[in-house]
Every structure is written in C-alpha cells, then in structure tokens.
Design a protein around this ligand. Structure first.
Ligand SMILES: [Zn+2]
Length: 233
C-alpha cells in the first residue's frame, strides 16, 4: 500500500504530502536479553519533496516486539535531525532574536526554565527592536505596548504575562532564571513565533507589495514620458 503522510517541513515550513519516495526506513530487529526481550530499532528519514529544500529530517525509534519483529509498544523516540523543533524565520528578523528563539526551542524539554529565560529575553528584544520601547523591565515594556498595538494582540501578550511563574517574575530582570513548567516555556515560544509572523513578516510583505506598486507606477510613468517624447520628435 502506498504511503501518504501529511507533513510540514521543519526547514522550509511548507505543508506537503509525503509518498513512498519521500520516506525511507533503516530498520533492524534483535533479541536483547531474557529480561528485555525483542526490540525493533529504526530510523525514519523524511526527504522534503520541495525541490528548493530537499533537506533530511530524521527520527529514531525503538519498539518492543515479538520474536518475528512485529512491533507493539514504542519504548523510545527521538527527533534527531533537525535538532530543535524550531520554525525557520527569515534573515530580516534580527539574528540575536532568531538565535534566542532557536536556543529556547532547543532546550525546551530538557530545561524549561532556561528555555523560558531565553524566550523572555527574546520577547523583550522583539518589543525593543520592533517598537523602540525601552523601559526598566519587561513588565513596564508590555504595559507601554498597549497603546501601540491592536487590542487582541496585546491581550494575548498580557495573558501570557499573567501565566504562573512567567507573570510573577516579569518585573525582575529578564536574565534571572526562574522555575517554570514545560507548558509555560512552550506558551512563550508560541507567542514569539506569532509575533515574528504578525509583526516582522507582515510588515516585510506589506513593504514589498508597496514597493512593487511604486516600481510599477514608476515604470508606467517612464513609459508615458517615452511615448510623449516620441510623439514630439
Ligand atoms: Zn523543506
């Protein structure tokens, strides 16, 4: 039976449907020991079908199995490549912000508190860079943001600010490490992704469109001028 898997490439972020040619398996079956029984280990390798991307994403899995290699329960699973479940963001977003975001994703599961610390620093960096707001702490910066942005976005940011330990420590320096739950770190990461898209990318797309219109208008009026000067010759 032909494989069909809906998938979003972590490199180019494109939604695609993977077929048999895009998924490869390296698999083996072995007996470990009397108290561990049989296992199947495999690498699942996805090849991005987008011709401009073609990057590899690799998962490793170990399953409990019977003596014939029929798997039943998954014992372990790892996303090996790419290392972090971070979305790719364009170069026109400042490098420092993209680095903080990427590292925050990288350590989210292993150290939520370190991840949340980086994410808060990134959030502060976004507000400072994009809106030019610089106050004593992130708490005051978010407060100052209220009059500059739409109510829905501000409410979202303010809600994240109020969640558990994230909110309790907003008034302190962003570099102070605080204990948070993995879900809190994840919420901050999600907020950062949304703000990258809503602010930086939307602004860039709008500017590109406006530039296209201006270029087109310039070309038209140059053409008109040429025609007019042609007529008078
Ligand atoms: Zn891709």
């Amino acid at each position: 039976m032909a494989t069909k898997e809906h998938w979003t490439c972590p490199y180019c972020n494109r939604d695609c449907t993977l077929g048999d040619d895009d998924i490869r398996w390296c698999q083996d079956h072995t007996w470990l020991a009397k108290d561990h029984g049989h296992v199947v280990g495999n690498f699942k390798i996805r090849i991005c079908p987008n011709p401009d991307c073609r990057q590899l994403s690799i998962d490793a899995n170990i399953f409990k199995s019977d003596q014939y290699g029929n798997t039943n329960k998954q014992l372990y699973g790892w996303h090996l490549v790419p290392e972090a479940n971070a979305k790719p963001f364009p170069d026109y977003i400042p490098e420092q912000l993209r680095d903080d975001y990427y590292e925050s994703c990288l350590i989210k599961d292993k150290s939520p508190k370190a991840s949340a610390t980086l994410a808060r620093r990134c959030l502060q960096g976004i507000i400072r860079d994009f809106w030019g707001i610089k106050k004593k702490n992130l708490f005051e910066e978010i407060a100052a943001l209220e009059e500059k942005i739409d109510a829905a976005t501000w409410n979202a940011i303010d809600s994240v600010r109020k969640v558990g330990n994230i909110g309790a420590h907003m008034e302190k320096d962003v570099s102070i490490i605080i204990d948070v739950e993995p879900e809190e770190a994840e919420l901050l990461i999600w907020l950062i992704e949304t703000l990258f898209e809503e602010w930086y990318i939307e602004k860039h797309v709008r500017e590109e469109k406006m530039k296209q219109i201006a270029d087109m208008a310039a070309a038209k009026s140059a053409q008109k001028k040429n025609n007019a000067s042609g007529e008078t010759e």
